[in-house]
Design a protein around this ligand. Structure first.
Ligand code: NDP
Length: 419
């Protein structure tokens, strides 16, 4: 296979890159390019002695299409894996189109400046039309469908765990276990403990924007929006135990609602402890989650970015996080005229991830599927002209690769359902 350019060198990227290096036959040559090149160089130094993959590094500002185009033209990769931030999705897609290379990412586009009037007008129209107010949605990237089709290139969106694996689980359930899926409950449980009073498991700005927003779910062909954290359920997770979980808006609901025929309801739940919620509410109440810049002693600062600088770097949580994650989907539907239910999930142990690649399980469960999706695009198994989510290709090679590369899954018939 050809060369891969990886953009970003944070928590998720470091796992994806480590996994590419374990899989040198699929990734003989990679380049790590990010804003802070010193991080790329440090990672190269750590990984290069133990891998056959030839690693190069570069500095790039992924907000700049000309810089990206110049780098792609110089390195000549076959694909670009975007594990920077959702803010960079569109500039990287533009650069891929301009240079004729495939595009892969783990999170859908989100605007960095939500006060930009041009963005806001489109956003407000979408809120009214679709009925959910999240800052992120697929419309921006789905708008690239014709361009990627014409160029004969693949854009694979959202190949992390959720979104990513959860949609592959859905495609797999539909292919092998159901004639029709009627309900999908995606349950994301993190039973890990890092010992800090408050920290986020991935980029704090993206994470806090997501969980402080109103929740929503899909039912009978439309979105139903609810105030943040206002639907709570309890569930007893295998490997973790009993946890409180809350209904959130999540991006794969949008793709699954569009692509799974006959689906009647899709919900997403994530576990949170009371202490996390109290900290978040307090930060929100004092204005620390705001994305609007304020003047402070002659300088402009964005409160949530300042908060990010104060919080522990998610990449540093690895050595101190103990416990397990359990992420999966519960399906109900029909097979051969009979009603049935099924749960597919993965359990991942924070400390085992740390021993293997030096990261906690949230980065691990995202970075491994990022590598797998990229491998399938590059080896042609998941290649087709256009813009795709992970529910749109044959799930079997992806499911096989999850077992092979550290995220084994379990299929359970007749699980306890979420009320
Ligand atoms: P981090 O903040 O740890 O890392 C982001 C990286 O991107 C950093 O290396 C940063 O550089 C780099 N970066 C930021 N802006 C630019 C820019 N303009 N140009 C070049 N590089 C840039 O984030 P995570 O690793 O936690 O998250 C990465 C992605 O994974 C996010 O999109 C997130 O939403 C997604 N994600 C997806 C999940 C899923 O299951 N699908 C779950 C968790 C995360 P610098 O080092 O200079 O800051």
């Amino acid at each position: 296979m050809g060369r891969l350019l990886i953009i970003g060198c944070g928590g998720v990227a470091q796992v994806a890159i480590s996994k590419c290096c374990q899989n040198s036959d699929a990734f003989p040559e990679i380049m790590i390019a990010s804003r802070t090149v010193a991080k790329c160089d440090a990672l190269k130094e750590k990984l290069q002695p133990n891998t056959k993959t030839k690693i190069s590094t570069a500095q790039v500002d992924a907000d700049s299409v000309p810089q990206l185009v110049a780098l792609i033209q110089e390195y000549k990769p076959e694909a670009v894996l975007n594990v920077a931030l959702p803010y960079q999705d569109l500039t990287i897609m533009d650069a891929c189109l301009e240079t004729g290379v495939h595009y892969i990412d783990t999170a859908n586009y989100e605007a960095e400046n939500t006060d930009d009037p041009k963005w806001r007008a489109i956003y407000e129209e979408r809120c009214k039309r679709l009925g959910f107010t999240a800052y992120f949605d697929y419309s921006w990237q789905w708008a690239y469908e014709e361009k990627f089709k014409k160029a004969g290139l693949t854009a694979l969106l959202g190949t992390g765990f959720d979104p990513g694996v959860t949609s592959v689980f859905t495609a797999y359930a539909l292919k092998h276990y159901f004639d029709e899926i009627h309900t999908i409950d995606i349950l994301d449980c993190n039973g890990g403990d890092h010992g800090y009073p408050f920290a986020t498991n991935f980029n704090p700005e993206i994470n806090l924007r997501e969980v402080s927003a109103p929740g929503s779910y899909w039912e009978d062909g439309k979105w139903i929006e609810i105030p943040a954290m206002s639907i709570k359920r309890e569930y007893d997770f295998e490997g973790v135990g009993q946890k409180d979980m809350y209904l959130l808006h999540h991006e794969e609901i949008e793709a699954l609602a569009k692509n799974i025929p006959g689906v009647k309801r899709i919900r997403f739940f994530m576990t949170f402890g009371q202490s996390y919620l109290t900290h978040m509410k307090c930060l929100e109440n004092v204005g620390m989650l705001s994305t609007t810049p304020i003047e402070f002693e002659g300088q402009k600062i964005v409160p949530i970015q300042f908060l990010k600088a104060l919080l522990p770097d998610p990449a540093s949580l690895g050595p101190r996080t103990v416990g397990k994650t359990n992420i999966g989907c519960i399906f109900t539907g029909i097979k051969d005229g009979k009603e049935k239910s099924l749960y597919i999930y993965n359990i991942c142990d924070h400390q085992e991830c740390y021993r293997e690649v030096g990261s906690q399980a949230i980065s691990y469960t995202t970075g491994v599927p990022a590598m797998i999706g990229t491998m399938l695009v590059m080896n042609g198994k998941w290649q087709a002209p256009g813009v795709f989510t992970t529910d749109q290709f044959d799930p079997d090679p992806y499911m096989e690769a999850l077992n092979q590369y550290g995220l084994p899954w379990v299929v359970e018939e007749n699980p306890v359902l979420v009320e």
